[in-house]
Every structure is written in C-alpha cells, then in structure tokens.
Design a protein around this ligand. Sequence first.
Ligand code: SF4
Length: 288
Amino acid sequence: MSKKDQNLLALEDAIESTYVARKRLFIGLITGTSVLICLILVFLWLIPTVGLGSIHPVVPWIFGSVILMAILLVAWSSLALVLNILLGRKVFLSRKMRGLTIKLFLPLMTMLGRFLNIPKAKIRASFIKVNNELVLGENKQYLSRDMLMLMPHCLQNSRCKIRLTYDINNCKRCGKCPIAGLLNLSDTYGVTLAIATGGTIARRIVVQNKPKFIIAVACERDLASGIQDVYPLPCFGVLNQRPYGPCLDTQVPLEHVEWAIKRFLKKDANRERNVHPTPGTGSDKEQA
Ligand code: SF4
C-alpha cells in the first residue's frame, strides 16, 4: 500500500473516531421506534374492531389488512435502514431511506430518546453520522460549482473586527482562525464558501447559490436541523470543535473538510482545476 493510501486510511479512521455517537445508538433507537409504531398500529386495529364488526363482519378484516400493510411498511423501512447502515450500501427502497430518516424517524427517535434519558446531542450526532453514511452510500460526485461549503460564524476569531457575512473575501487571512484555511480550500478546489450567522441566513445562502451538494460545519443541533431544512439536497455534516464552549472561537479540522471535498468532487473537475496542495491541511505533505 502506498504512503498516500496509508495517509488516506489514517485520515478516514481519524474522521470515524471524531464521532462520539455510535451506529449502535441509532440502530437501537430506530428499532425501538418502529416497534412502538407497530404496537400503536396494533392497538389502533384492536380498539375499534369490535365496533366495526357490528357494521359488517368483513369491515374489521379490511381495516386489519390496512393496519397490517402499515406495520409491514414501518418494519421494512426500519429494517432496510439498519441493513443500509450495517452493509454500507443500498438495499431495496433505500433511496427513500434518507428522507424517511429525516422526516419520520429522527423526530420520533428524539422523543423516544428523551423518554429513555439519552442526551439530545448524542442522538443528533448519531443522526448526522448515519446521514453522512447514507449520503456517502449514494455514491454521487459533483462539479465544484455545484458544491457549497457552509460555515458557522463562530469559526471566526472573536477578536477579529472584519465583517465576513456579506463578503468572506474581506478576510485578511491572518491565520488566527480557520477561515483563512477554508478560503485556501475554496481557492484550491473552486468550491463556494459561505458563512451563516443563523438558520435564516443559511437558508438564504442555499437559495441564492442553488448548490447540488453541501458540506456543512456546525454543532450537533445546527447540523441536525440544517440537514432537515435542506432535504432533499444531500448535505455532508462535519462537527465543529468547541475548545472554549459553544459559539466562541470554534474550530474545524480542515483535513476533514478537504477529505469531504475530495470524496464528492468529480475527478475530472479536480484535474481541470490543476489542484495544488492546500497549506495546513495535510495534502501538502501527502503530495511532497
Ligand atoms: S483569518 Fe484572521 S482576518 Fe480572517 S477572519 Fe480569521 S482572524 Fe479575521
């Protein structure tokens, strides 16, 4: 194995280990959620069945068939999702899995998690991890102009007086915060970089740029809600690091962002731009 391949493997391992959440939590919650939905459906069938029988003896059977179909659908959806996560590739109906996870399972899992006293941050981190795997499993690549790097404003050094919200190129690239490195990545790969000060601005940036793929950096809460907001747009989430607590001088591992860009960037587009190493991201050493 070449040194470059070894570096890539080590980086993928490092990315994997940054997620505190385990797939086990997600799989456990999704199984629990689907069992609960199925039990509710069985009760829905049991309670009125006695009354329906007095209308016509066939009515309870028709109602029962509808409930049974719903139970099979819920059971298969969660099983397919679990198989998708475990096998790391698409299974039957798995194209709909990301939507189902985002729209149905996440809210129900959060409720179940609250009932079981599991911290919300853990459930959200687990959701982000699974979302990333489903996005990776779709195996799509994009032109650099169709990709967007969306960053939270808390990455900017809190003592920096430069206003970046309207024009990120105002940054003097002094290197006191990760914005300088992110701008280098943007220059190197031709991927648009934007900073959002909140959910409304983030939505506006997405509407204005019309990306086909987003690499978003944020905390668990903002990433989970952002991924839900932009659905069906595929969004790969990278958790920020918070050495000084939430929303203050946060950090992002630039090599993780660069790994995501390289993973989703169309190879030809990469070659066309005559990519040069980005200082501080590790790829400079890789290519040395
Ligand atoms: S790199 Fe320097 S100039 Fe740019 S935003 Fe950060 S602190 Fe400000």
